[in-house]
Design a protein around this ligand. Structure first.
Ligand SMILES: CC(=O)[C@@H](O)[C@H](O)COP(=O)(O)O
Ligand SMILES: NCC(=O)COP(=O)(O)O
Length: 248
């Protein structure tokens, strides 16, 4: 099984929001990502709309429906009533529930399933009654996975931030990979499908998929956007030189 790639558009939206201009276009970059073979698009709209705006959601839904039927829309976030109304309106194929506080800079931990199962269970049922797959953001440890399973969720998304953050230390990265692998084994044994995400890169993906061959999907934004900038820079400089009629 090969893990599917869902491209997270948050970083593109953050660049777009620097100016009152429509570029880089969030749907335009989504179109390129899907055209290049990505299986889906991920967004994590935050309550302050600092990157993805609520208005982006309908445009991404239409892009998938009109041009890439079969691709998946994954919307991530903390399940406030506002968030739930948004996902019910745009019906992503997958909703990833994340325990983020609105003041958080980015996601940095999974759910405490043992204390939050009663909160999550009716929300999971509500989303599944509208045919949306539900994934729960989970720390890389086996703790609480039985409680997570009892919520009725289909998948867990393993939080890979500490793994990505250990990029400068092979020993620390190996330890984080060991934890991710153990959590994946425990989750698979309970019947979960497994996603993973946060700070994944071209460099750290191969070892992850080797250790967790059953991985269903990775969602990647920050590292993929940085990679796109790096590998697109030379072409862009040439295009601008050409516009100045300074073709090298
Ligand atoms: C849930 C998760 O892992 C995050 O990576 C998130 O989707 C990214 O959010 P930001 O783009 O706001 O940092
Ligand atoms: N669910 C994780 C995600 O969508 C992307 O995280 P990142 O690659 O921006 O860290």
């Amino acid at each position: 099984m090969t893990a599917k790639l869902s491209v997270n558009l948050n970083a593109i939206a953050m660049l777009r929001n620097r100016r009152d201009l429509p570029w880089p276009s969030v749907t335009g970059m989504g179109r390129i990502a899907l055209g290049a073979g990505a299986s889906g698009l991920t967004v994590h709209p935050r309550p302050d709309q600092r990157h993805i705006r609520f208005a982006d959601l309908g445009e991404i839904r239409a892009l998938i429906d009109d041009e890439f039927p079969g691709a998946e829309f994954n919307i991530e976030g903390f399940p406030t009533e506002r968030f739930l109304e948004l996902v019910e309106k745009y019906e992503p194929e997958q909703v990833t529930l994340v325990p983020d506080d609105p003041t958080q800079a980015t996601s940095d931990h999974g759910w405490d399933f043992e204390t939050k199962a009663d909160f999550l269970t009716p929300i999971v049922a509500r989303l599944k009654s509208r045919a949306m797959r539900v994934s729960l953001f989970a720390d890389p440890g086996p703790k609480g996975l039985k409680a997570a399973k009892a919520t009725g969720a289909d998948r867990i998304e393993l939080y890979t931030g500490p793994y990505g953050g250990a990029h400068a230390s092979p020993k620390a990265a190996a330890e984080e990979l060991r934890k991710l692998g153990a959590a994946a084994d425990a989750a698979l044994a309970l019947g979960f499908e497994i996603n993973a995400g946060h700070d994944l890169t071209v460099e750290n993906l191969p070892a992850l998929v080797k250790r967790i061959p059953a991985l269903g999907e990775v969602s990647i934004g920050h590292g993929l956007t940085a990679d796109a900038l790096r590998h697109g820079m030379a072409d862009s400089v040439r295009r601008f030189l050409n516009a100045l009629e300074l073709t090298p």
